[in-house]
Design a protein around this ligand. Structure first.
Ligand SMILES: [Zn+2]
Length: 632
């Protein structure tokens, strides 16, 4: 079979590469039919303007926000093409499996395509549509130049949350389900504008009086689950005010927090210019007390509208979803956002300063325990999402030696370091906010667009705030190997990382969710409740004893293994020099193992450095008054 060069633009497709305004004359029509979502299958009908000759269509591969080749091609089924009512043959490109080749006959002006997307996370009462699930469009054309108009059908009575602008009547306060048509846009903006829909739906207006407008669209498993308390709505409004005060004006025409309440642990979020889709545990708004990581999710995704969507590393500002992304500045895109999201979670009042400090200690301890920092820099971890995932990479075996997407938590520590360094060098007259007000405000008319940046620009903007060797600063901390975690930010903030035998309340909560961490900071062992070893930290006592992932500890000091037995043994051994005796099973063999360890239990916490100012308290102080609506 003939293989076409990747970037050859067929002459007859050039109409699509005209500027967006002109391309708007003949938008692709895409109809997303979610009426079968409860059966975990979406359908799409796509009508594309075409001309005679060869046509290459494509579905997205490199997904913005996922930072990797995670397009859903494996879950696309039922593809069918028709012109003038007749089926048209197609062939998949043998090199790029996201691309489909067709030959359009002479008499055709519209190609009709149908495809299905298997979506296992949809339920009987809720569904999320990321448009990359259903998009089909001409290959080799910048996606911001392809006009497209979406229509969406959802089950009867389901409400729809989206930043797309409806053309047909739609009342979010009284949703009826059915079909809604939206204003024409581009493939780039449609991919950036997900749909969240469900039977139990409520749209809350946030930060009244603020322009542009902000909404929170909540979908849950029951009518009671989506009743958000007024004080929580106030906290979300506070987040809007805090973000404006910290980052400056936004780059969207309106913003929708799309929130799906599902499951017991929540799932995470995905950022967009004018919305974010977030999955939180089903009782998030009804009695659940968020911890820092969860409280930071909504502010994290919101912050991305400025840092990530509007300002984007040049290697991530790709013209289409076939061009591989270059992830090397994710320690800014995600790392800075991680720092800001957690700080905002505290400033908006969702968690306390004490919770924040305990979580920061845990972050620092976890990163210090990543033994792979001996061979792999923070910068190198940014490539993790772009690497092929063929099963084994997600295993927990020796995971701290491999390192994972560490640029998120390392970013929290790094940008605390930047923030406190600016404060120290300017005698507390300036802070990270001064940098953000420059870096996140490079013009534009308040509508979504991308301003790519390089590391040099970022360093120059920091230098405008305070002169410093910022290139050397980042080279040392990000590019070079650092055998120990960066705690300079914590120390400049007036604290130090300590380990004590008593877990903090945040650590206790973590241990309740993941009891396997009980011995991670002491002997470097990650084991499940039955004693199966999940991970061993390189250089730890468990490593020196020869323990390995996949083995199982069946007994400790002649007693049957339990987590409690393990922690008791660690406590008892403190300061004695007496080894701990284990019986360890590997497949069908059992052997004794002697573990030399006498430092007792170790759990991280932050302690105040006496006679130093509490800079962390300053960082966690809200910038705006407590009453929402009282300030822009
Ligand atoms: Zn993020």
């Amino acid at each position: 079979m003939e293989i076409k060069p990747r970037f050859q633009v067929p002459l007859l497709l050039l109409a699509f590469s005209l500027p967006a305004a002109k391309a708007q004359q003949t938008p692709i029509q895409i109809h997303a039919d979610l009426s079968n979502a409860p059966r975990k299958i979406y359908h799409a009908d796509v009508d594309l303007p075409v001309h005679r000759g060869p046509l290459d269509l494509i579905t997205p591969e490199w997904i913005p926000g996922a930072h990797g080749p995670e397009g859903p091609v494996l879950d696309i089924a039922g593809i069918r093409f028709e012109v003038n009512g007749k089926t048209l043959a197609w062939h998949r490109d043998p090199v790029n499996t996201y691309e489909y080749h067709l030959e359009i006959p002479a008499d055709a002006s519209v190609l009709h395509a149908h495809l299905d997307r298997i979506y296992s996370r949809a339920t009987r009462t809720a569904a999320t549509l990321e448009w990359e699930d259903l998009l089909l469009y001409p290959a080799h054309v910048p996606v911001r130049e392809i006009a497209i108009q979406p229509t969406v059908t959802v089950p009867a009575r389901w409400g729809i949350g989206t930043s797309l602008k409806p053309l047909t009547p739609y009342d979010p306060q009284h949703p009826t389900g059915g079909t809604v048509q939206y204003a024409p846009t581009t493939v780039e903006m449609l991919e950036d504008s997900p749909i969240m829909t469900g039977l139990y739906f409520h749209e809350y207006t946030l930060a009244p009086g603020v322009s542009p407008q902000h909404y929170m669209d909540v979908i849950g498993p029951t009518a009671a689950s989506i009743e958000v308390r007024p004080d929580t709505v106030d906290q979300m409004s506070r987040l809007v005010h805090e973000a404006f005060a910290m980052y400056g004006p936004p780059h969207y025409t309106s913003y929708h927090f799309l929130i799906l309440l599902q499951g017991d642990r929540g799932g995470g979020g995905l950022e967009h210019h004018e919305s974010s889709d977030n999955t939180l545990q089903k009782d998030f708004f009804t009695g659940y007390k968020p911890f820092v990581g969860m409280a930071g999710l909504l502010p994290h995704e919101f912050t991305h509208s400025w840092n990530g969507k509007y300002r984007r590393p040049d290697g991530l500002a790709t013209p289409d979803y076939a061009t591989p992304m270059q992830d090397n500045l994710l320690w800014v895109y995600e790392g800075l956002t991680n720092y800001l999201g957690d700080v905002m979670g505290e400033r908006m009042g969702m968690v306390t300063a004490d919770q924040y400090r305990q979580d920061l200690a845990l972050t620092a301890a976890l990163m210090d325990a990543q033994s792979g920092r001996a061979w792999r820099s923070i910068e190198d971890t940014t490539f993790t999402s772009a690497m092929p995932r063929n099963g084994g990479s997600r295993s927990r075996s020796w995971s701290s030696w491999k390192r994972g997407t560490d640029y998120y938590p390392e970013g929290t520590l790094l940008w605390l370091d930047v923030d406190t360094t600016i404060r120290r060098l300017t005698q507390d007259r300036k802070s990270l906010r001064d940098f953000l007000q420059t870096f996140l405000q490079k013009g534009g008319s308040g509508i979504p667009h991308v301003e790519p940046y390089t590391l040099s620009e970022l360093e120059a903007d920091l230098d405008k705030v305070v002169a410093n060797d910022w290139a050397g600063f980042f080279e040392t901390r990000v590019d070079n190997l650092q055998p120990h975690v960066n705690t300079e930010g914590i120390e400049q903030a007036g604290y130090r990382l300590d380990y004590t035998a008593d877990p903090t309340p945040e650590m206790e909560r973590e241990l309740k969710d993941s009891p396997s961490w009980a011995a991670w900071f002491s002997i470097g062992l990650d084991e499940d409740k039955e004693g199966a070893i999940l991970d061993v930290r390189v250089g730890s006592a468990a490593d020196k004893a020869g323990l390995a992932p996949g083995q199982k500890i069946v007994a400790i000091n002649s007693r049957v293994f339990t987590i409690e037995q393990l922690t008791d043994a660690l406590k008892t051994a403190k300061g004695t020099g007496t080894p701990i005796h284990l019986m360890v099973q590997d497949e069908d063999t059992i052997a004794p193992v002697s573990l030399s360890y006498s430092d007792g239990l170790r759990y991280p916490r932050l302690s105040r450095v006496e006679n130093s100012p509490d800079i962390l308290a300053e960082i966690l102080t809200p910038l705006t008054p407590a009453t929402p609506g009282s300030q822009r």
